[in-house]
Design a binder for this molecule. Structure first.
Ligand SMILES: C[S@@+](CC[C@H](N)C(=O)[O-])C[C@H]1O[C@@H](n2cnc3c(N)ncnc32)[C@H](O)[C@@H]1O
Length: 762
């Protein structure tokens, strides 16, 4: 099997080497091999087989690739060439003949399950060992024609992404604008220009068909500022249970109103009855969401603004609908309800999620820059209260303002979707918790498994409410899956408040080097938030910050010298051991990827009294040594040995390479009576270091930890053709992998329970 595959690869390479120079000499094989197909060459998709025995099957495989290309928003070549390499035959088909197949989404690999498909006659057969046919085949491969496809909900996001990549400054109107309402910008989908050769104009008058995707169709600017992550319908339906309970407790004689200031296209309102909708006020900031909202709820609910005016469209936003503006806070439609003592207020919202330090934002590469909303009235008012980092989060501005401006009576309610941090860490509100759910963030148009809380808060001050329970539901195969009750506990202290080593030592000298996160010396840096120090008692630097686990690798570092952007402390020989549980805890979500953990479990120093007491009475020595063993084998321990630009030797002391004598870790671990599992890990390490010494890059003057072996000695090459990685030292590589697997099990079994016990994880 392997031999055959190799043969096919070689023949395919030979084919390209022969014909690419005749088709377009600027193209390399790499340019042609895309999307896991055998090649897209101008307006041709090419599928090779060493020998084609079933044309139907191979054609279907090509059609599946084309189907995937449409979904990704990539042009569909007009020609399909199926090439039998040994018999030198190429069959030509036209993709237009199979548009219905291409416009069907397929699940699973393209090369699987292709049998039983009936095809039309091929357009032409080239027997390319004959010169006439060979020439015609070259001509065909030069052709640059595409089959136009129809836009639907399966592919619109792909084409939008493609469009914004081509036109980074384009706005959503430029892409999906329509000819309805007061602002009639006809977008690309209705009058294709950039994609004129690739797509048919979208002929529906409105964008209602894309209502569940409106967040994903936002342009780059809006993605930064609107924090739109839509709620799955099943979650919307479930959370309505809380709304109904809130309605049920509306006092006798009171009317009620449900307000959703950030309704998007109305997902939360989807399952409301007409009567509930009559009691509902919705609005949203983004213009095309507003239009859909009008279309789906216009005749059922109250909408702000009630109708579109000439000036409603305001650079892609809706004038008068910014929930964080002063104008909105005082909006007469809302004020009318608030000023009525016989009206109960129920806010029901999934506020925009734009924590500027969150992973989504870091991924967009915009960091803290996307701060339009930070200048808003509500955020400015909130900042006056000096709430610290809580004001970095757009969602928090909605939550804070809900209680500040809208809820007035004890039976008023707020049902809100948001990660638990605002209550758990920020202590943004202290209201009575009635009931709540844990939902998986993955079903809010992200691909992150994490916990989002949907909580029903009563407008009453809470007394000693340090722990709440929420009922967890994932969505599996289109149904809610019950995960039982999960506790959420409030956090009082951060690590930095109780555990960071803030001592200075009279022998500390200024100077020395700083490190990048990968453990190497950082020579040039714009951000230098730490003053390098030197002292023989310093063995490294630990940065563990942020209570949550967004971006966990960024927020936990162990380095031989200070991290360039600080956020940590120097590890010193006399007490480094008792600092290691912080590092161990900071790896929690890496080894426990369950959606129920991330976003719910966080780092805390709340157990500091018990921890310090047990340190003093020596009760947890074994646990500390276990944390040390874990640390030496944990690849996020980026301590490396090298000669610094200051001429000093920086030696990784938290590793077990004793080539040059004992390290601090190897000495300390002599006190650990190893269990069977620990002996196994140590034995595996011995093989690894032995194998490492025989690698080409090994430098006998260095002391190697696992990470340094991984990144400097366990070398590999990538096969250009197959994309496969071939390791130069498979035995070493295999042992490193086995160690990682065993370390994970060891961590979960031996370390995690004690981290919870002392509330390093809470
Ligand atoms: C997380 S989405 C929720 C949408 C919808 N309710 C749902 O659950 O699917 C947040 C929505 O808030 C809107 N939004 C963002 N900033 C806003 C603001 N300042 N005022 C009003 N709406 C805003 C976004 O356009 C987005 O539709």
């Amino acid at each position: 099997m392997v031999e055959i595959a190799k043969q096919e690869d070689e023949l395919r390479r030979e084919f390209y080497e022969t014909y690419l120079p005749r088709v377009n000499r600027e193209l390399s094989i790499d340019n042609v091999l895309t999307d896991y197909s055998d090649g897209i060459l101008n307006g041709n998709i090419i599928e090779f087989k060493e020998h084609i025995s079933d044309l139907n099957n191979v054609l279907f495989q090509a059609l599946k690739y084309l189907s995937a290309r449409r979904i990704k928003g990539k042009p569909i070549p007009a020609n399909i060439l199926l090439i039998s390499l040994t018999s030198k035959k190429a069959w030509l088909y036209h993709s237009a003949d199979y548009l219905n197949v291409i416009e069907t989404p397929f699940v699973g690999g393209a090369s699987k399950g292709n049998g039983g498909f009936v095809i039309k006659d091929y357009d032409r057969l080239f027997e390319y060992d004959n010169p006439l046919d060979e020439n015609a085949l070259i001509e065909t491969m030069r052709s640059d024609v595409y089959t136009r496809i129809h836009l639907d909900e399966n592919c619109i996001v792909g084409w939008a992404t493609h469009y914004y990549e081509l036109n980074p400054s384009a706005r959503k109107a430029d892409f999906i604008g329509d000819n309805t309402g007061k602002t009639r910008i006809i977008g690309e989908i209705r009058k294709p220009t950039a994609f004129a050769r690739y797509i048919y104009p979208y002929t529906s008058e409105t964008n209602e068909r894309f209502r569940y995707l409106m967040d994903k169709l936002n342009d780059f600017m809006q993605k930064k500022d609107l924090g739109a992550f839509y709620t799955h319908q099943l979650y919307a339906q479930k959370s309505l249970e809380l709304v109904r309970k809130a309605i049920a407790r509306v006092p006798e004689g009171n009317d009620y109103v449900i307000i959703d200031r950030c309704a998007g296209t109305g997902n939360l309102e989807l399952y409301m009855t007409d009567d509930e909708l009559r009691h509902t006020i919705v609005s949203t900031l983004e213009y095309y969401e507003y239009k859909v909202l009008m279309e789906v709820l216009g005749d059922k609910a109250t909408i702000i603004p009630p109708t579109e005016k000439e000036d409603t469209f305001n650079m892609g936003l809706v004038r008068g609908a910014d929930a964080l503006s002063e104008e909105y806070v005082n909006h007469p439609i809302i004020m009318e309800k608030l000023n009525n003592p016989n009206c109960s207020i129920i806010l029901f919202e999934n506020p925009p999620y734009a924590d500027t330090t969150s992973i989504e934002h870091q991924k967009e590469g915009v960091g803290k820059k996307s701060t339009g909303w930070k200048q808003s009235y509500v955020v400015k008012e909130m900042k006056k209260l000096k709430l610290g980092t809580a004001s970095n989060d757009l969602g928090n501005a909605f939550i804070w303002s809900a209680f500040k401006y809208y809820l007035r009576q004890p039976t008023d309610s707020y049902i809100v979707y948001s990660p638990v941090k605002y209550w758990k860490v920020h202590h943004l509100i202290n209201k009575k918790f009635e009931e709540g759910f844990a939902f998986n963030r993955r079903h809010f148009h992200t691909n992150i498994d994490a916990c989002v809380m949907c909580a029903w808060w009563s407008n009453e001050e809470a007394e000693s409410q340090l722990k709440i329970n929420i009922h967890a539901y994932d969505i599996v195969n289109g149904q809610l899956k019950d995960y039982g009750n999960l506790p959420v506990e409030q956090i009082e202290y951060q690590y930095s408040q109780k555990y960071f080593d803030k001592r200075s030592d009279t022998n500390d000298t200024d100077g020395g080097i700083i490190c990048s996160k990968d453990g190497t010396e950082r020579l040039v840096t714009k951000t230098k938030r730490v003053k390098p120090k030197h002292n023989d008692n310093i063995l490294g630097y630990m940065a563990v910050y942020s209570s949550g686990f967004d971006n966990p690798d960024n927020m936990s570092s162990l380095l031989v010298a200070a991290r360039y952007d600080g956020n940590g402390f120097y590890l010193r020989r006399d007490n480094y051991l008792q600092k290691l549980p912080m590092f161990a805890a900071s790896r929690y979500v890496t080894y426990n990827r369950k959606w129920t953990e991330r976003g719910r479990i966080m780092k805390s120093a709340d157990g500091y009294k018990a921890f310090n007491r047990d340190i003093n009475n020596g009760k947890i020595n074994t646990f500390l040594l276990r944390c040390l063993l874990f640390t030496v084998f944990e690849p996020q321990n980026h301590m490396r040995s090298f000669t610094g630009s200051d001429g000093r030797q920086y030696v990784n002391q938290l590793c077990l390479d004793t080539t040059h004598g004992e390290t601090i870790a190897s000495k300390a671990l002599k006190d650990l009576e190893p269990t069977e599992e620990e002996s196994f890990l140590l034995k595996l390490w011995k093989s690894i270091i032995k194998q490492a010494r025989n690698t080409a890059n090994y430098d006998s003057s260095k002391t190697y930890g696992l990470y340094q072996i991984k990144v400097e000695l366990d070398t590999f090459v990538k096969d250009e053709m197959t994309g496969n990685t071939r390791y130069d030292y498979p035995e070493l590589h295999g042992n490193i992998n086995s160690l990682a697997k065993r370390v994970k099990d060891y961590y979960l079994k031996e370390i995690v329970p004690t981290l919870f016990k002392y509330k390093f994880l809470k």
